[in-house]
Write a protein that binds this ligand. Sequence first.
Ligand code: T3D
Length: 262
Amino acid sequence: MSYEHILYDSTEGVARLTLNRPDKLNAFTTAMHAEVRDALGRTRADGSRVLVITGAGRGFCAGQDLADRAVAPGGRRVDLGDSIEKNYAPLILALRRLPMPVIAAVNGVAAGAGANLALACDLVIAAHGASFIQAFSKIGLLPDSGGTWTLPRLIGNARAIGLAMLGDKLSAAEAAHWGLIWRSVDDAEFPAAVDALAARLAAAPTLALARTKEAIYGGWERSLEAQLDVERDAQRELGESEDYAEGVAAFVAKRTPRFVGR
Ligand code: T3D
């Protein structure tokens, strides 16, 4: 599939997916969803060990393209439930299920489903000039793309409800201070900080990171006893991995490990 609305490439284990409708702050259309789905399906086959999602131009993503939702008087409305089921929900689940770390490199405003797309990623790094807006209440919707699930887990009900009901802009610095995102960095340092983070994760023991992400996200639904079982089973599997053998050998030899991701 060739892409019109995104850019995708993978080099040295780092896949980069850039939402590329800068004039519309990278708002999602159905066509863009299809391209993102296709690109996410490529990451494992092309040997990527980390995925970076970012936006072209001054925005990260402004959520659904609302020009596609305007209805002429007497016209037929789009079934939003259908749109969630076919596009947004599969996108969020695909990111959570990807067996590698996913970085949201939030270069600018992230609004609506664009904000919650970022928050569905494993590590969110944002430029100081970026911001997060649960824009849904401004147009009579509720936070989707996992927002009602993710927000209270990350920042508690009080702040989740405040953001969701008021739809106010939250700066990247405040988002980091609240624990909504991993970190925010100076705009000038942002590209280098993203590259360094991606390179570091691409050289990490990918299988262990995949099991870490599964265990942490799945843990919310389990008892401590059940979680200990999950950790036992994953550790048993990881104990057989090439990367564990390499990690121990490197530690004993006092050298830097060279992980292969298996
Ligand atoms: O529908 C379904 O399938 C259900 C799922 C819904 C998920 C959702 O995401 S609903 C929420 C949709 N998003 C929003 O409500 C956000 C709308 N955008 C904004 O509020 C503002 O654009 C921002 C706060 C994000 C940024 O403001 P600002 O002042 O920096 O930029 P701007 O001038 O508003 O936008 C720049 C251009 O992008 C502008 O186009 P123009 O006039 O220069 O041709 C603007 O119309 C366009 N744009 C921004 N957001 C969207 C958009 N075009 C279409 N859809 C957008 N969401």
